[in-house]
Design a protein around this ligand. Sequence first.
Ligand SMILES: [Zn+2]
Length: 496
Amino acid sequence: MKLYPLRPHQVETMRLLRESFANNLKRPLVYLPTGAGKTVIAAHIIAGALDKGRRVTFVAPRINLCDQTARSLMAQGLPKPSIMQADHSWFNAGSRFQIASTQTLTRRRNSIKTDLYIIDEAHLSFKVISDIAEETDTPMIALTATPFTVGLGKIYNNLIKPTSLRGLIDNGFLTDITCYSHSKPDLIGVRTNQGEYDNKQLGERCSDAKLVGDIVSTWLKLGENRQTICFAVNVAHANFLESEFNKVGISCAVVVGSTPKEDRDEYFNSFTRKNIKILISVFVLCEGYDGDVRCLIDAAPTKSEARHTQKIGRSCRIADGKVDAIVLDHSGNMQRLGFTEDIEVEELDDGDKKESAERQEKKAKEKKEKLPKECQKCKHLKRANEHECPKCGFTPKFIENVEIEEGELVKIKGNKYSKDDKQRIFAELKGYQRERMLAGKNLTDGWVANTYKDMVGVWPKGLRDTPSQPSEQVRGFIKHKAIAWARSKNKMKNNF
Ligand SMILES: [Zn+2]
């Protein structure tokens, strides 16, 4: 068998795998970013096993990925495999090289003997895999770009991390991204279902006409007319985006789970030939599509670091003449979850590890410190430690201990007012207004707003109108203001 040569990080992967088996850790998980050449590695593992006379079963996450997987492994130089489906023309129970989907494996795993399982997209964590792991001693090698799933440590006993996303970018095996953060949906109050935003509610929030219009205009402004993929929340949202792009003459296609295979292949081909500019999809494009993508629009907010990482990974493959990928973030995912290169794990979760509250808090704090910041001028997302914008050179004015967040002063540290402080002060001013009203004096809402602004520095915005008992601090300020006003009035009188 003549296989593709390995790149340095792939050589290192193979070395770590041999070391793992030598140390009797026969269920390693290989953690490599999307685009790191997982198929090349799989081909080398399979070839090695077949050479030694062993039987290998490669497990794909879904039935419709088996043929594609077989083709790409053969393109790497492997012999024709058996595809484990009763009615498949390639099925051959006697073959030492099987490709199975998790569905088929669930029904027929006892009909085929194997010496090694290779589990693709292992983060999806199928029950049949954990069953096999529990009931047999058969070695398993797992592959994934996102080993964040709870409980993976129960199945796999060694995390192999030969390189990192940053390492691959720095060595020219993946491209970097240039990311802009633009208008995003208001997610306050959106329900959570099984750890993810409720899809229906999310779809409604994201299908706001102004938001969708902004996505189109931002792409026209910053997308450089590049071949683009766009992630939508659901089919309706995808269709809405398509029609808005069509209105300005941009050719798009929507690829979703129900798109027939022939149509899907046709769209992918048209995209490759540049007859289609934008492929709009829900999460489905994350599985197995590796076309030349140079711009990515993320319009689908997620809570999942794995989804976020898988999506952005679609844009980082290298290609001729490609310098970077532009990411237009309309989901807030980057600012909420961080740059994907900062989302990494050092160990597998074994499902029953109880972390101390202190450790969790420390982790959350570290994560928060790494979150990117938006350039106020050009919307480029800067790394946490960048003050000057590397894109437009804009340097925010330094205000001691304070950062500007969405045009408003927000306390970072020091003695400025936090959001909670602001709500409390506003409520107390409303309380003072009510007190005066009960005493027969009239203080207008304008007075409340003006006094608030004098005290806090900004106009009241997005605060609840729930009057409360004024504190000494607020009474003191009102007094101070009244005195200052009286003084200025006297001064005016004296001057004229
Ligand atoms: Zn900038």
